[in-house]
Design a binder for this molecule. Structure first.
Ligand code: CP
Length: 306
């Protein structure tokens, strides 16, 4: 299997074999992450972030540094020549001269695919509007696999903003390649996009319309998301769903002892801080797994691992 030179735009473009290969490669990255490596010495990663980020940007940069490469980029497009009217296409055509791989986050759906059409180097989609966040899905799968010993056979609930949350779109597509039962729990206003449900139904069992309290006793993985206030076209709609879910110790009373809680972060108020010290909480371990999964992605795409 060879991922050298590949773009990662949508998780749907990866087969289960390729995903499993990335996750297996991530296992081999953990010892390297601890001691450092020159596997990608001489390679440059460009991070172009047109939207805020803490984890995705910094974990890609950390991954590149741990593999011996260098990083360039911007997180404030206002300070780049975009402010002077430079197009995304021209920005990509320029930055590919400075780098070997580009990680792009953009508020517009389709932006990463558009960038890939202009780039002669790999483009990694770090979030395209509400559409997808494929590398987050890879680290979510890795977390499930590490913490539960595998993915097949699990009951998994995606909870919260399933309409505007890009991580749940990519994760639902990815989980449809495994043998899982998927619960979708959200306010009706924030139901999973129809096209995603149509894509995954038929591949896996999908259950919608149940409340959190009905789902909790059956699930092995509770994947909680923030309501994406910034994506609502009308803030009065946000007011209707704000605070719909709060995972606290009371809610978790009926949970299996070995259930795990994941969250792509950042959280606002959907997981109470009191949950952090329970064995259920894996969302900060998930952050670490993000580093080794992104090391694997960079090493594979840049041809250092075959
Ligand atoms: N999970 C995630 O995408 O976090 P950031 O927005 O901080 O990158």
């Amino acid at each position: 299997m060879d991922l050298e030179g590949r773009d990662i735009i949508s998780i749907r473009e990866l087969t289960r074999e390729e995903i499993d290969w990335i996750l297996k490669t991530a296992d081999s990255m953990e010892p390297i992450a601890k001691k450092g490596s020159d596997m990608l010495k001489g390679k440059i990663l460009a991070t172009l972030f047109f939207e805020p980020s803490t984890r995705t940007k910094l974990s890609f940069e950390t991954a590149m540094l741990k593999l011996g490469g260098e990083t360039i980029g911007f997180a404030e497009p206002e300070a780049a020549s975009i402010k002077k009217g430079e197009s995304l296409a021209d920005t990509i055509r320029v930055i590919q001269n400075y780098s070997d791989v580009i990680v792009l986050r953009h508020p517009l759906e389709g932006a990463a695919r558009f960038a890939a059409e202009y780039a002669e180097i790999p483009i990694i989609n770090a979030g395209s509007g509400s559409e997808e966040h494929p590398t987050q899905a890879l680290l979510d799968l890795y977390t499930i696999r590490r913490e539960k010993g595998g993915i097949d056979g699990l009951n998994i609930a995606l909870v919260g903003d399933l309409r505007y949350g890009r991580t749940v779109h990519s994760l639902a597509y990815a989980l449809s390649l495994y043998n899982v039962k998927l619960y979708l729990v959200s306010p009706s206003l924030l139901r999973m996009r129809r096209e995603v449900i149509e894509d995954i139904k038929g591949k896996i069992e999908v259950i919608e319309g149940l409340g959190l309290e009905e789902v909790i006793p059956d699930v092995d993985v509770l994947y909680v998301t923030r309501i994406q206030k910034e994506r609502f076209p009308d803030l009065s709609e946000y007011a209707k769903v704000k605070g719909s879910y709060m995972i606290n110790l009371d809610v978790l009373k009926g949970a299996k002892d070995d259930m795990i809680i994941l969250h792509p972060l950042p959280r606002v108020d959907e997981v109470a801080v009191e949950v952090d010290s329970t064995p259920y909480a894996k969302y900060f371990k998930q952050v670490w797994y993000g580093v080794i999964v992104r090391m694997a992605i960079l090493a594979l795409i840049l041809g250092a691992v075959k």
